[in-house]
Design a protein around this ligand. Structure first.
Ligand code: ZN
Length: 241
């Protein structure tokens, strides 16, 4: 099976559409989404509807939970919280119901899907470094765990009790290895590269590739600035931060 794995779309419909153009050329068997479909951007309904139509496997993110009142927004910063309130007013009742019903985790083949961390999916813990990834390997039994949340694409590999962090764009997970893969963010990259990010995963060979895709950032920025959404949500897209 060949999968496309997308995450952290954050209501950026132009970035999502650009990624699906690339996904469609690769003829994948299925699409998985690791959550945070909404929040920050100006197109929440369009993004939820496209993910609902196109992704067979979808888990919930912290912004999805926050918008439908399933997680506290106390730990959200000011701009993230204003985006939650704006999105809550925009999102149709059907799309709110869709977000409410999303599971915390899903299994596809030999892999686990979760938005933030396998040890406690609703704690929304960030995994940036090897020491944070290391303790998470004990929390899942599958060979590979796909995550999002930090908006920073990276690979963590475990072999014979040794852990290494590998930079994108690709790894091949060998039978004797386990891996955690952060697929990056479609709609709000934060690794200094403004292009949308997502992953292709070939379950037969173990190959995982992070793909970057150009989209019309200025158009998305303009659309956010036309709303009452925080200005930072528009400006950061230009720099990918
Ligand atoms: Zn996110």
């Amino acid at each position: 099976m060949k999968y496309a794995i997308i995450s952290d779309i954050h209501s950026n419909f132009e970035a999502l559409t650009a990624c699906f153009e690339v996904i469609d050329q690769e003829k994948v068997d299925a699409v998985a989404c690791l959550g945070d479909i909404i929040g920050y951007g100006a197109s929440p309904n369009e993004c939820v509807e496209m993910v609902r139509d196109r992704a067979q496997f979808v888990v919930v993110g912290n912004h999805d939970c926050a918008v439908v009142g399933q997680t506290d927004t106390e730990y959200f910063n000011h701009d993230a919280r204003s985006a939650v309130f704006w999105t809550r007013q925009e999102l149709s009742p059907e799309n709110q119901d869709y977000l409410k019903a999303l599971p915390d985790t899903l299994e596809i083949g030999r892999s686990l899907l979760v938005h933030a961390s396998p040890s406690n999916p609703r704690e929304w813990r960030y995994i940036f470094y090897i020491r944070e990834a290391q303790r998470e390997f004990a929390a899942f039994s599958q060979q590979i765990c796909f995550i999002g949340h930090s908006h920073w694409p990276t690979f963590f590999v475990e072999r014979d009790g040794e852990y290494t962090q590998v930079a994108p764009p690709e790894i091949v997970v060998k039978p004797e290895e386990r891996a955690m893969v952060n697929v990056g963010s479609v709609g709000q990259p934060r690794d200094g590269d403004p292009r949308a990010a997502f992953a292709f995963f070939d379950d037969a060979t173990g190959r995982v590739e992070i793909r970057r895709v150009f989209y019309d950032v200025e158009r998305v920025r303009g659309r956010i600035l036309d709303t009452d959404l925080p200005r930072s949500a528009a400006d950061r897209l230009v720099w990918g931060v």
